[in-house]
Design a protein around this ligand. Structure first.
Ligand code: PEP
Length: 234
């Protein structure tokens, strides 16, 4: 059983979300399916579907004068179960640090959500030979004490670029994350891979040890692209 999560970023419509959720209801799979649309669409999906919903960000604060932010309790109230935290685009455009990400993940857990915590290296960090250091410090610094989380390893240089690391590079990154989580006493935490996953590479990527699923951006927007990823693995 794998976890297949879709990150819609700032794309989609309520109608597209309803179509996607209805399409996922009919997929023959035991995999966990998650769709993370923009905030307003979380409220538009109505009845229960087989796929779970998640948000793409959350405030570290409970309530108050934080214009534009959304609290974890508000997200949980919509029926969503997950929230992505520390996505590369949040780090790039909103300056989120590992400390901010940890605070957001803790707020999510406190509200009963499961945070999908993204870690990964930029191209500059990769070129400087810092990939493993960035990944390990990301895991150690972003995971709060207590509560279930999911880790997503997303090499930031590969997101949306049609690029993927080699099989050996993904294997090394996931092995490091698994060992790091083990030393933190949470060795059963699922580890997703994300960046340029498509129907034609998903099965190969999910056959790599310690790849417990995928976080998909562009290819999660349409059922015809997303469903082949889900059904590519048992
Ligand atoms: C992402 O944004 O998390 C992502 C993996 O994007 P893409 O699949 O488009 O590379």
């Amino acid at each position: 059983m794998k976890i297949i999560a879709g990150n819609w970023k700032m794309n989609g419509t309520p109608a597209a979300l309803r179509d996607m959720m209805a399409a996922l209801d009919n997929v023959d799979t035991e995999n966990v399916m998650i769709i993370c649309p923009p905030f307003p669409m979380l409220c538009t999906c109505g009845a229960t579907h087989r796929a779970a919903l998640g948000a793409q960000d959350v405030s570290a604060h409970d309530h108050g004068a934080y214009t534009g932010d959304v609290s974890a309790a508000m997200i949980a109230d919509t029926g969503a179960k997950y929230v992505i935290v520390g996505h590369s685009e949040r780090r790039q455009y909103h300056g989120e640090t590992n400390d901010v990400v940890r605070a957001k993940a803790a707020a999510a857990i406190a509200a009963g959500l499961t945070p999908i915590i993204c870690v990964g290296e930029t191209m500059a960090e990769r070129d400087a030979g810092q990939t493993m250091t960035i990944i390990e410090s990301g895991v150690r610094e972003c995971v709060p004490d207590g509560g279930a989380v999911i880790i997503a390893y997303e090499p930031r240089w590969a997101i949306g670029a049609g690029l993927t690391p080699t099989r050996d590079e993904i294997a090394a990154a996931h092995d490091l994350i698994a060992r790091t989580l083990d030393t933190m006493g949470i060795g059963t935490t699922p580890i997703l891979y994300g960046a340029s996953v498509k129907g034609n590479n998903a099965a190969e990527i999910m056959s790599i040890p310690h790849v417990d699923g995928v976080l998909v951006g562009g290819a999660s927007l349409k059922p015809d692209d997303f469903i082949p990823i889900i059904t590519s693995v048992k």
